[in-house]
Design a protein around this ligand. Sequence first.
Ligand SMILES: Nc1ncnc2c1ncn2[C@@H]1O[C@H](COP(=O)(O)OP(=O)(O)OP(=O)(O)O)[C@@H](O)[C@H]1O
Length: 264
Amino acid sequence: MEDRHRHSILKVENLSIGYKSRTSSTVVASNINFQLEKGELIGLVGANGIGKSTLLRTLIKVQPPLAGNVLLNDQKLEDIASVELAQQLSIVLTEQITSKNLSVQELVALGRYPYTNWIGNFTDADYRIVNKALESVNIKDLKDRKCYELSDGQLQKVMIARALAQDTDIIILDEPTTHLDMYHKAYILKLLQRLTKETNKTILFSSHEIDLAIQLCDTMIVMRHDKVIYDQPCRLISKGVFETLFPEDLISFDNKTGSFRVSK
Ligand SMILES: Nc1ncnc2c1ncn2[C@@H]1O[C@H](COP(=O)(O)OP(=O)(O)OP(=O)(O)O)[C@@H](O)[C@H]1O
């Protein structure tokens, strides 16, 4: 039976992703189909070089699809103008070039740019939203610190707060746990999980932390050489999807614990 409360935010239909030059085209992955629902946390996983960043770049309209469609709130991505897109989708990139001379509060306030006029005039409502974003990720006490003074983990929280201030239906993060220690990897992914529940936003992130993603995500997109699979973590485990993700000579997936083990 159809659930009336489910609402698809991002829909991908028969998508092919890759790179095109004047003389050739390289397909990185094809026949990709999934539908991301409101309030879901989705992890995108797969081996190095499999195409995670290429897929995310296609979903955020940085690179065109080779074939197929990406629909954001039922509208084709190619038909959405950039300001409108910025009101629906926010992005957190690890290697984002940010002006680290800005204070934390100033950087988070940049998230309001799709709504402020060209001089960046802030209303009381804008200030309230920025404050709420700082509060949501527990960084209010850092608000006057310069971004160059922050640790990688603190900076990651600031970038997530900036995305929250942008107040979009979906937030897409490319490897938000890179450079973080074990505790902070879990902390950031747990934070994303909490935010999906509190805000009902859809959050899609790519990561190499497959064990954590299995524990925390509502659904996952698993990129393999033969296909891209989208399902709930427990169903992916029972279908044996993770067992074939990497060559078995070194690591194998333990179905009972839902985690990878190094072969001894
Ligand atoms: N600008 C480009 N032009 C042509 N090919 C590219 C370009 N960028 C990446 N590729 C190729 O596309 C494939 C997928 O790369 P991508 O960076 O999307 O993988 P990934 O899963 O994000 O990898 P990682 O986990 O190592 O970050 C790789 O074979 C890569 O060499």
